[in-house]
Design a protein around this ligand. Structure first.
Ligand code: NAP
Length: 484
């Protein structure tokens, strides 16, 4: 990996504005999933360093929260500009540790940086209220204040944007942050911290603790009385456990958890649009996103026309190392991801499904899998219940709108869903009937800093991005002014 700005490759935790080794000098390796090479070793921090980081964030909070929103926003905008100036290096770093194609890595960095810009501006619009009084001798006023120290844990599939989606609203609101990135992708997080330091954030406002022992760090974060807010993006299983841990100190929690996104193609869809949308939703990041279409429901009348074009599009995807030109599907993150696909496909085929495209490991390397289409799926198959998190499209045929809605909602998840139709009345009906926090109508990619991102049911609590995102980091205080 040849970075132009070699300072972006950091390998220690970032605590109180300093680069810090683990107190026991332990490290863990960061591996390139495309070829198994060791990129570098990173400080394996533990409870001691997490407590130091929380103490630093707590110490930095009073001064940071007292800055005006405009002052905080000015530093955030410098950070935003530095990220954009270093986008080529940041993309290469991300592709090397995570595997996604360079073009997608750049797209993620632009998307990730957009949250910094958005919340730098949004901080100036944190309004309180004056509420009509029920008694003439008193007035009712609300003000909003930063909640305090925020602890956060993020996953490997979006090594930059999952971080900026949390840190940006928090620091814009006046909070300070301690964040643990995924052990598989800590380098993008540390590069962001390096640029934050360059931008001029005071020591302790942003702290990054790298570790291979997530449970140890999570326990300190969730149980510390100095932490007022905990924000997590990752699996529903781990999210539930962390939420339970947070009960010990009654922390405010935000959870962005797993999904099982349905994508419905109705008979009255525009076929080209549906194929394009489904490809974009399903195959981004080799299918490793929480909002990837996980179940494709196709109505009988359009089935043959849609599938003919869809199979062709999937079969033509270019698989390879994400740093090679023209590659659209990189490696999966680890061998467990490959094993999961094999298990889910095996179960589907055993229960009567047919693989019509792909279906095998790919010759590009140990962690590559062929873009796959498996048809004839039904609700008895594990693939209808679990996140595939890989380049596999399970196809289900259906007859009526009511049936499609019932099937789509038949899951404990409620993050993203998609449907394709040219019928306006149906668009409203179906959008209102789907139990999902995010709904793409004739569109496969919907995330943007301006819109609220988050799930219903077991997909999470709270929203990130948009005007709502900053509320997660604010307390509403009620002032009663009496004796008038
Ligand atoms: P995961 O196992 O839950 O890991 C996510 C983060 O939690 C990582 O930093 C991980 O650390 C940490 N972690 C794991 N066990 C922990 C514990 N016992 N205590 C504290 N922290 C712990 O999830 P994943 O499989 O890596 O990520 C994919 C999942 O994230 C999928 O379910 C996906 O849908 C979801 N996701 C959701 C969103 C959303 O916005 N809703 C966005 C992206 C991803 P290590 O890296 O050290 O294991």
């Amino acid at each position: 990996m040849q970075l132009q700005n070699t300072s972006l490759l950091q390998n220690r935790s970032f605590i109180n504005g300093e680069w810090v080794d683990a107190s026991n000098a332990e490290t863990f390796e960061v591996i390139n999933p495309a070829n198994g090479d060791i990129i570098t070793s990173v400080a394996d921090s533990g409870a001691v360093e997490t407590e130091q980081a929380i103490a630093a964030a707590s110490k930095a909070f009073p001064a940071w929260s007292k800055k005006t929103a405009k002052e905080r926003g000015a530093i955030m905008k410098k950070w935003f500009n530095l990220i954009n100036e270093n986008i080529e290096d940041l993309a290469l770093l991300m592709t090397t540790e995570q595997g996604k194609p360079l073009a997608e890595a750049k797209g993620e960095i632009t998307y990730g940086a957009s949250f910094i810009e958005w919340f730098a501006e949004e901080a100036r619009r944190v309004y309180g209220d004056v509420i009509p009084t029920p008694a003439n001798d008193r007035r009712i006023i609300t003000i909003k204040q930063p909640i305090g120290v925020v602890a956060a844990i993020t996953p490997w599939n979006f090594p930059v944007s999952m971080i900026t989606r949390k840190i940006s609203p928090a620091i814009a609101a006046g909070c300070t942050v301690v964040l643990k990135p995924a052990a598989q992708t800590p380098l993008s997080a540390l590069a962001l911290a390096y640029l934050a330091k360059e931008a001029g954030f005071p020591a302790g406002v942003i702290n990054i603790v790298t570790s291979s022992n997530a449970a140890e760090i999570g326990k300190v974060m969730t149980e510390s009385p100095l932490v007022q807010k905990f924000s997590f993006t990752g699996s529903t299983k781990v999210g539930k456990m962390l939420m339970q841990q947070c009960a010990s100190t009654v922390k405010k929690v935000s959870l962005e958890l797993g999904g099982n996104a349905p994508l419905i193609v109705f008979d009255d869809a525009d076929v080209e649009q549906a194929v394009k949308g489904a490809m974009a939703s399903k195959y981004r990041n080799a299918g490793q996103t929480c909002v990837c279409a996980n179940r494709l429901y196709v109505q009988e009348g359009i089935y043959d026309g849609f599938l003919e074009k869809y199979r062709e599009a999937v079969a033509s995807l270019n698989v390879g190392n994400g740093t090679d030109a023209g590659v659209e599907i990189g490696p999966l993150i680890d061998v467990e991801a490959i094993e999961k696909i094999k298990r889910l496909l095996g179960d589907a085929v055993d229960k009567g499904a047919t693989v019509t495209v792909g279906g095998n490991e790919h010759s590009a390397g140990k962690l590559f899998y062929e873009p796959t289409v498996v048809e004839g799926c039904n609700s008895k198959m594990a693939v209808s219940k679990e996140e595939v998190f890989g380049p596999v499209s399970p196809i289900f045929k259906f007859s009526t709108e009511e049936e499609a809605i019932a099937l789509a909602n038949d899951t404990e998840y409620g993050l993203a869903s998609y449907f394709f139709t040219q019928n306006l009345a149906r668009a409203w009906r179906v959008a209102e009937a789907l139990d999902y926090g995010i709904i793409g109508i004739n569109e496969g990619i919907v995330s943007t800093a301006e819109a609220p991102f988050g799930g219903m049911k077991e997909s999470g609590i709270g929203r990130e991005g948009s005007k709502y995102g900053i509320e997660e980091y604010l307390e509403i205080k009620y002032l009663c002014l009496g004796g008038l």
